[in-house]
Design a protein around this ligand. Structure first.
Ligand code: ATP
Ligand code: MG
Length: 399
């Protein structure tokens, strides 16, 4: 059965502007969607509204059914204090419509498992301490109830501990296929951590006495999930959440190759990440979770240009960003898409401006002062150019 991926987003209202479609013509095929645009252009609002509609769909309700049932509740429970939040939800649901690639809503109402999540802009892994192993069935039902990504990632360590301990039980009971599945999970996790931390030789070690997992880096450093740096923590909070949910669905389907479908919204995935990691993030996510459509809001040129199978939409200009702009150099991307006036840093621009004025006025004093003032910022080539200009002016051959 085909999963209903997003084909077009009809925006009626996102505070900043009204009445436009993302993209202008429906995609027609499976593509990831990247939203860019200046601060306040409506990116987060749109992700938020998509998340709201997806939540209702997961509960088996279309947007229209959700609005009707909220309106019914408002009518029935006239003095209920949550009335204003119901009214707000109705108004927010009316802000956008989603057109799906196929109108296959039964997918949701048939309770087919899928992964539909919204990762908000400021994320971090805050894992709960693990004191004991929990009964598997109970724990899985708790996990399944946690749709909210923040609550879910807190339980990730418990999930890992349970998996390790049940692996030991399976070992005693000679359940080879279950042991293999568990070992495959941990070996995948180790590879993913190696990729994210850019350290292919790291090891993931479980200390059974303290129920703690340690990541041992190649240089011998030993860290826990809780003391990862901000950038790794933000990124891994997304990866680990998706990984755990994938594992749960695989268990439910009893198929450990199964690739779950879904729509995952991420606001500013570049938060805290170094440029090279910003560039790797989407390719890694889309290769780990090939049947998930990612809808991203970003300010990063590295994120925008990192994936081929993507439609980039600029909320400021209300246009799709053409592939040739995405495929161009970072400096062209900065000028043509992010609206910078040139490819140089503000300091270099200032140097150029002062040199141009001095050259126009044939002012050798001003040129000497540029050389002195910006000495540490001048590249050897630029310094030579200015000195050459000085000589030309002095010899009267500059015009
Ligand atoms: N509840 C609200 N009521 C009124 N206006 C709102 C509300 N929420 C957001 N806005 C306004 O809507 C506009 C779009 O905000 P939004 O957060 O979606 O922008 P954004 O593109 O995500 O910006 P940034 O890049 O800074 O994160 C802003 O002008 C914001 O002030
Ligand atoms: Mg935002």
């Amino acid at each position: 059965m085909n999963f209903p991926y997003i084909n077009q987003i009809i925006v009626h209202n996102c505070y900043a502007s009204k009445g436009f479609n993302i993209p202008k013509e429906p995609l027609g095929v499976f593509k990831h969607i990247v939203l860019t645009g200046k601060n306040g252009s409506g990116k987060t609002t749109i992700l938020n509204r998509i998340g709201l509609i997806l939540n209702y769909l997961q509960d088996g309700k279309t947007k229209e059914q959700a609005i009707r049932s909220l309106a019914d509740s408002i009518n029935i429970y006239k003095n209920n204090p949550t009335r204003s939040s119901w009214e707000q939800s109705i108004s927010e649901l009316k802000d956008i419509d989603i057109i799906f690639l196929n109108n296959n809503f039964e997918y949701f109402s048939n309770n087919e498992p899928s992964i539909n999540l919204f990762f908000k802009a400021h994320r971090r892994i805050e894992l709960q301490e693990v004191k004991t192993v929990t009964i598997e069935e109970d724990f899985l039902s708790t996990l399944n109830k946690h749709k909210n990504t923040d609550d879910f990632t807190k339980l990730f360590k418990q999930y890992l501990v349970n998996k390790k301990v049940y692996e030991a039980f399976d070992y005693m009971g000679n359940k080879t296929s279950k042991i293999n599945q568990s070992q495959l999970f941990f070996s995948n996790l180790k590879d993913i951590l190696g990729n994210v931390l850019e350290d292919k030789g790291l090891e993931l070690v479980f200390v059974q006495e303290s129920f703690e997992f340690y990541i041992i880096l190649s240089d011998g450093r030993k860290i826990t999930f809780n003391n990862l740096s901000e950038g790794f923590s933000a990124f891994l909070s997304v990866v680990m959440d998706l990984l755990t949910r994938t594992d749960l669905i695989r268990k439910q389907k009893d198929d450990f190759q199964y690739q779950p479908n879904g729509i995952v919204l991420i606001d500013e995935p570049e938060t805290h990440l170094h440029l090279s990691m910003q560039y790797n993030m989407l390719p890694l996510l889309s290769s780990l979770f090939p049947n998930i459509q990612f809808i991203i809001a970003t300010h990063s040129p590295a994120v925008i240009s990192s994936l081929e199978n993507t439609m980039v939409y600029d909320l400021t200009s209300k246009n799709e960003v053409a592939d040739d702009i995405i495929g161009s150099s970072y400096s062209e991307l900065m000028i043509n898409h992010f609206g910078l006036t040139n490819e140089y840093s503000p300091i270099v621009s200032k140097i150029f401006e002062e040199v141009n004025i001095a050259a126009k006025n044939k002012d050798t004093e001003a040129l000497r002062s540029v050389l002195a003032k910006y000495e540490t910022f001048l590249t050897p080539a630029l310094k030579l150019d200015i000195e050459f200009l000085l000589i030309k002016i002095k010899n009267g051959c500059h015009d």
